[in-house]
Design a protein around this ligand. Sequence first.
Ligand SMILES: [Zn+2]
Length: 284
Amino acid sequence: MLQGQGAVRVLIVPALFAVVSCTTLGRINLLTTEDEVAIGRQAAREVEQQLSLYDDPVVAAYVDSLGQALVRHSRQSDIRYYFKVVDTNVVNAFALPGGWLYIHRGLIAAVENESELAGVVGHEIGHVVGRHGARHITKTFGLQVLLELAVGEKPSTARQIAGQFAEVGAGLTLLRYGREAEREADRFAVEETYAAGINPEGTATFFEKLMAMHASEPKGVEVWFSTHPPSRERIADVRAHIRKLPPKPGLKADSKRFREVKARILERQASGDKDRRPRGRRRR
Ligand SMILES: [Zn+2]
C-alpha cells in the first residue's frame, strides 16, 4: 500500500531479521516528537495537494474547536494539532503523525450527534497520542535505518525519512495501524470525550451505525472499513472501557452548534453543490 515499502524491503538483509524482528519493531518508536512533527508537516503539505478542503469557515471553526477541546483532555497536549475538513462525502477521517487531522465532510453528515463526531475525532487524536503513525514509520523505515548504520553509511535522520515520506505521499491517508492500535485509539477516544464532558457512548453508537451502513451500502464506508475496521469486538471493548469510568452527571450527547453545522452541510449538499472527489488519492 505504501509505495516506498518495496524499495525498503529490497534492502533488508536476512541477517538483520535475526537481530530485530518486525514484531519487535512494531512496538519500538525510534522517532522523537520533533521528528514526528517534521514528518507530519511534510506529509500534510503533500496530502493537501491531493485533496480539497471544505471551504465553509463556520464548519472549519466548529471542527477545530471540538478537536482542541478534546486535545486539552488528551495525554499529549504539548504539540499543536490542526483539524481540517475534507470536501468529500466519503465517510472517513484520518490522522498524520505529529498532529494533523482530517475529518471528511461526509462523516459530519453521517454522524447522529456531537458525541459520535467527538468519538471519531477523539479516536484520530488517539492515533497521534499513541504515536501509531510514528511506530508505523519505525516499522517501515527502521530496518533501513539500522542497515545504513550497519554498513557504515551516515545515520538516517528524520529529515531523510521525511523526504522518503514525501514520495509515499497520500498513501499515508490510507494507513492501517493494526488491531491493537485501533483499540488503543478507541480507549483514548473514550477517555478524551468523557474528560471533555461529552458522552463517550458516541464512539460505540457510531461504530454500530457504520456496521449497519456497511451491510446496506458498503461503498460509502469502504475506506473506513479498510483503514479502521469496526467490529462487534471493538464495540464491546469500548463499552467495557466506558463501564469502568465513574458516573459523571451532565455528559452531553449533542450541541446546538453541531446541529447547525450539520444542517449547513446537508443544505449545501441538497442545493446541488456536487461532491468534488479528492484528486489522485490512490496515486500510482
Ligand atoms: Zn483508527
